[in-house]
Design a binder for this molecule. Structure first.
Ligand SMILES: [Fe+2]
Length: 291
């Protein structure tokens, strides 16, 4: 056996870790060792710095559970969540692009009739969203499922409100002509949780910890690639600096302000409201898989 030196150590470790029957795990471990060693060689940490890093990673894991996921948050602010999402959703130009799901989706949202209100008593400016679900060739998709979730007008999701009943989420279906219509309230920009280890790190930077206002959508229909995405409010001050890198140009939409009157779903309001129009363009599944 060769004596270990600073110079040969990486090669010795790489050779040892070749002994892995699963070819994918072998590929992953070889790459991990190569890049991890290169990183450590580049930064040359002192022993004190290395233990500080170990302590940070330990605390990040310890504060994660099924409600609070600090490891995912770290992946998000490093841009890795968006990179994995992009690589796994290489859709054709013209198809509605995906973006990160984030930690606030709750399964089994209540089904709400077309034109219905998912905000109920939630605070915020009434907002009416309408549009169509279409395929890339323009054909309307009937019966598509639109699963929505978002903050209320005070920037809080259901899990942050701690309500018994569903809060700011709902499932809508596209109609025979592919159209959908719903009422909600305008979401507002919010900060990622800053009371954990990721916040501790962010506080040492000048990076914005805000996410621009957005509504989450997961749109699915049999035979089509499911699109988990957001619609962002055009003009939001954080649109260029989203802390999790979720903004893509086709997902920025105008929230058109109306002073009152008849809303797209037929309701008449005596207060200001927003109208948002957006068509979701889905790509056939076979094509997405072949890409
Ligand atoms: Fe969100």
């Amino acid at each position: 056996m060769a004596y270990i030196t600073e110079k040969n150590l990486t090669d010795v470790v790489l050779k040892r870790w070749q002994d892995i029957p699963d070819p994918r795990l072998k590929e992953v471990m070889q790459s991990l060792i190569k890049h991890l060693h290169a990183f450590v060689r580049e930064i040359e940490p002192s022993g004190e710095e290395w233990f500080k890093a170990i302590d940070w990673i330990t605390r990040t894991g310890q504060m994660s559970d099924n409600k609070r996921q600090e490891v995912i948050l770290f992946s998000d602010v490093m841009g890795v969540s968006m990179l994995v999402d992009a690589m796994n959703n290489r859709l054709d130009t013209g198809a509605t692009p995906t973006t990160v799901e984030g930690p606030f989706h709750v399964a089994n949202a209540p089904e709400i009739a077309n034109g219905g209100n998912m905000a109920k008593e939630a605070p915020g400016i009434p907002t009416f969203v309408t549009g169509k679900v279409r395929s890339l060739d323009g054909a309307p998709i009937a019966g598509a499922m639109l699963d929505l979730w978002q903050t209320d007008g005070e920037g809080l999701y259901e899990s942050q409100r701690g309500t018994e009943e569903p809060w700011m989420r709902g499932v809508f279906r596209s109609q025979a002509d592919g159209s959908y219509s719903l009422r909600t309230v305008a979401p507002i920009a919010y900060t990622i949780p800053m009371d954990g280890t990721v916040g501790e790190l962010m506080e040492q930077t000048k990076i914005s910890h805000m996410r621009p206002a957005h509504i989450h959508f997961a749109v699915s229909a049999p035979g089509y690639h499911k699109v988990t995405t957001h619609l962002f409010q055009k003009g939001d001050e954080y649109i260029e600096t989203d802390v999790v890198y979720g903004v893509k140009a086709p997902l920025i939409v105008e929230f058109e302000k109306k002073s009152g009157g008849k809303a797209p779903n037929g309701e008449v309001l005596n207060e200001p409201f927003y109208v948002v129009h957006y068509d979701f363009i889905l790509q056939k599944q076979a094509k997405a898989q072949a890409a």
